[in-house]
Ligand binder design. Structure first.
Ligand code: CA
Length: 534
């Protein structure tokens, strides 16, 4: 009964949605939602969204980075038993904004959360957890929230305040502060499992398990110190990028392994909050290595190499615990015979640089931060082992989850349900271009605001800072590492013009204002007219 009621509601909604879409279609080429009730599975699936922070796809073994940085057997299970998306793009590559995009199915300029500096999520707006809850789902979120205002739309929640800490984290449960002991990734997993065990088993559920790891400063669990046995990691081709072939923005940023990493990042200082026993283990690992580093008196490229290897030990150590967490959650679903009725998603808020271009962090339209890992498993719906390279996005998640649940999809959401792709029936008119816009500036990391359009092959980028209105164009086919702008090359003149036209079309379809509000930057950026030079 629940299915047919949901379907009827949805069809009624689709009539309204289509009427709206026809208007939009006439104006700007948007598409109507897909009607697929007849093909829906017999039961509404549970949804388990495992969401990490800054987890680069390069650090998931299923993605096959040539460096073979780490083995992630549990996350890889989702790839083997489900679908791996190779081009899941984020509209604004930074933590809080991506979380707001996932919840609302809307870009930053619509949901109002632009940056991590001064944005506050308006929790009164529609979100997919709220709609699922109204449709009869139990909803819960545990772990990193990072949207400043308290969560809305959840029956149960327990979140880290702000960025949270790795060791013995304080948390906020339904508004009350609690002090937890242990390692943050383990404890978030415990909270998720405890909730699963005590939930109302008569209802389908949405569980969001949101890790702090592997966010900076990349503090692994004590048990994972030395996990890599002092491996010397292969280097990315662009570790020593000199940014030639590109403009002011790439030269003048503050996110390099060479210059930006702090003593805290590099574990030359001890973190706070360790027990005496943990401190002993910490010192036993880092102490002799730091002494050897001091004695070696490294400079230049050798110093960068030391930092790169220290960074990867710590970052990948965090990944080890995240992978164990995924294993525990999947084991529970197996043991309770829930796996066949559950859509499991593994993803990160955005991608991350692991030494490419000499960088850590994110923010750029370039591939490593634009792309986020996405793996989905739903037995009986997703054929195991499939790989998809369509341009999909985390702005599509809300509509996908609502579609999977047969719940109504608000017409003003800006993504598109991935359900047809999950079923192996990608619509012929699936998006072939994607709009990106980044705001936070000047701090931290001094990455200039920019927007642009991305296709399977090209990226057209427009910088929008007071001192930089330049354009860049990259051809990933001839330049896969995105090292040389061909914007001014005559051979690319037609492509450049076509992409400018497409960029303007996307900005119109997505209702992007000519200029964002001053507060969007999160810092004291002097507003200056940035007129498109078309
Ligand atoms: Ca993040």
């Amino acid at each position: 009964m629940a299915v047919s009621r949901g379907c009827a509601r949805r069809q009624a909604f689709l009539i309204v949605g289509r009427a709206f879409a026809v208007v939009i279609l006439g104006l700007a080429g948007a598409r109507a939602p897909q009607a697929a009730c007849a093909a829906e599975p017999a039961r509404r699936p549970n949804i388990v969204l495992i969401y990490s922070d800054d987890h680069a796809y390069q650090a998931i073994s299923a993605y096959g980075d040539p460096r073979r940085l780490v083995e992630t057997p549990h996350i890889d299970r989702l790839s083997r038993e489900g679908m791996r998306f190779d081009r899941c793009l984020v509209p604004n590559s930074i933590c809080g904004p991506c979380r707001a995009i996932v919840l609302t199915g809307k870009y930053s300029h619509i949901n109002g959360f632009y940056n991590n500096s001064n944005s506050r999520f308006d929790g009164s707006q529609p979100t997919f957890p709220k709609i699922l809850r109204q449709a009869g789902y139990q909803t819960a979120i545990f772990g990193k929230w990072h949207l400043v205002s308290p969560p809305t739309g959840f029956d149960s929640w327990c979140i880290l305040p702000g960025q949270g800490v790795y060791y013995h984290p304080p948390m906020i449960r339904q508004g009350q502060r609690e002090q937890l002991t242990g390692y943050v990734t383990d404890r978030i997993t415990d909270l998720a499992l405890d909730w699963l065990k005590s939930r109302d088993k008569s209802k389908p559920f949405l569980l969001m398990c949101q890790h702090k790891a592997p966010h900076r400063e990349w503090l692994p669990a004590i048990r994972h110190l030395g996990h890599d046995k002092d491996r010397v990691y292969p280097e990315p081709a662009t570790l020593f990028d000199d940014y030639s072939g590109r403009g002011k923005a790439e030269h003048d940023q503050d996110m390099t392994i060479a210059r930006t990493m702090t003593a805290k990042d590099l574990k030359f200082t001890e973190p706070e909050g360790l027990t005496p026993e943990e401190r002993k283990a910490w010192d036993a690992y880092y102490g002799p290595r730091n002494q050897a580093f001091k004695a070696a008196n490294l400079t230049g490229a050798d110093l960068v190499r030391f930092k790169y290897n220290r960074y990867l030990h710590d970052y990948l150590g965090c990944i080890k615990a995240v992978d164990e967490s995924v294993g525990r959650l999947l084991d529970y679903l197996d043991a309770e015979q829930l796996a066949n009725d559950t859509l499991v998603i593994y993803t990160s808020d955005q991608g991350f640089y692991l030494g490419e271009h000499g960088w850590f962090d994110k923010r750029w339209i370039f591939e490593e931060s634009l792309r986020t890992p996405l793996l989905m498993r739903w037995p009986g719906v997703i054929q195991p082992g499939r790989v998809d390279d369509h341009l999909v996005s985390n702005v599509d998640f809300a509509e996908t989850f609502l579609d999977a649940a047969g719940a109504p999809i608000p017409a003003d959401m800006q993504g598109r349900s991935l359900l047809p792709i999950l079923k192996g029936k990608t619509p012929a008119d699936w998006r072939s271009s994607f709009y990106y816009q980044y705001y936070e500036y000047p701090a931290p990391h001094h990455v200039r605001p920019h927007y642009g359009v991305v296709t399977d092959r090209y990226k057209l980028v427009r910088f929008a800072a007071p001192d930089d209105n330049s354009w860049e164009l990259f051809d990933r086919k001839t330049d896969p590492h995105e090292l040389r702008s061909v914007y001014n090359e005559p051979a690319y003149a037609q492509t450049r013009d076509e992409l400018k036209h497409e960029l303007a079309r996307l900005r119109e379809v997505l209702h992007v204002p000519a200029e964002p509000p001053e507060s969007a930057y999160g810092g004291p950026v002097r507003k200056q007219a940035v007129k498109p030079s078309r």
